[in-house]
Design a protein around this ligand. Structure first.
Ligand code: PEP
Length: 251
């Protein structure tokens, strides 16, 4: 039985004042949530601040990590050891915004996953297709390619320690969510692909759905057989909405 997992991706949002308020809201509601693991991923510059304020039953993650495993002359980057030092247990890798805006390739994403795994930080590996890719019938090969780059570098056994987030690019931040059936179809495809390499690993791997999840669509999405929680963008900036989503994923 897989325990659902919900992670909030705050992207490049917030200030000390707004974060303090958001965390007060999360802490006030966290006791109402059970049967689900919960993490928030603030901008790196606020991770330490968040760790100090947050109820420890909510874990802290990062949104990106350097491909270089050790510290050095890499201006503007933060290493996985630095993330660990601040208490991060998770790191989002290969978000579509990093792929599209910052040009992160499948190969680079795979290297970052390896760096996180080697340090004992759980990667949340994002995969997903654009609308054009879906409409032109190459969705499965795009997602396969994103997974294969990581599989080739770290092997199927490592996927026991990787969280996958299926995030159709056309559903991120658009208010258009995949229907539960559309999402389930891709989740089943991903789990099936992993099962062709190891059925044991495939049964264990957490596959989150991400893309305009809101309190009013979360129950139906999370009710699908292969959807094990969500990666939440916009709605994670509102404590009431985020906790309602966590509740929907939990017991
Ligand atoms: C995301 O950024 O990972 C995301 C899913 O965003 P949103 O929930 O706003 O669509």
């Amino acid at each position: 039985m897989r325990k659902p997992f919900v992670a909030g991706n705050w992207k490049m949002h917030g200030s000390k004042a707004s974060i303090k308020e958001l965390i007060a809201g999360l802490n006030a509601k966290v006791e109402q949530v059970s049967g689900v693991d919960v993490t928030v991923c603030p901008p790196a510059i606020y991770i330490d601040y968040v760790s100090q304020l947050l109820n420890p039953s909510i874990k802290v993650g990062a949104q990106n990590v350097a491909q270089e495993p050790v510290q050095g002359a890499f201006t503007g980057e933060h290493s996985v050891e630095m993330l660990k030092d601040l208490g991060c247990q998770y790191v989002i890798i290969g978000h579509s915004e990093r792929r599209a805006i910052f040009g992160e390739s499948n190969a680079l994403v795979a290297v970052k996953v390896k760096v996180a795994l080697q340090a004992g930080v759980t990667p949340i590996l994002c995969v997903g297709e654009t609308l054009q890719e879906r409409q032109s019938g190459v969705m499965q090969s795009i997602i396969s390619g994103q997974l294969d780059a990581v599989l080739d570098l770290v092997g199927i056994e490592s996927f026991e320690k990787i969280v996958i987030a299926y995030e159709p690019v056309w559903a991120i931040g658009t208010g258009v969510t995949a229907s539960p059936e559309q999402a389930q179809e891709v989740h089943a495809f991903i789990r099936g692909k992993l099962a062709s390499l190891s059925s044991e690993v495939a049964q264990k791997v957490i596959i989150q759905y991400g893309g305009s999840v809101k309190p009013d669509n979360a129950v139906e999405l999370f009710g699908q057989a292969d959807i094990d929680g969500g990666l939440i963008g916009g709605a994670s900036l509102n404590a009431d909405d985020f906790m309602a989503i966590c509740k929907a994923a939990g017991a």
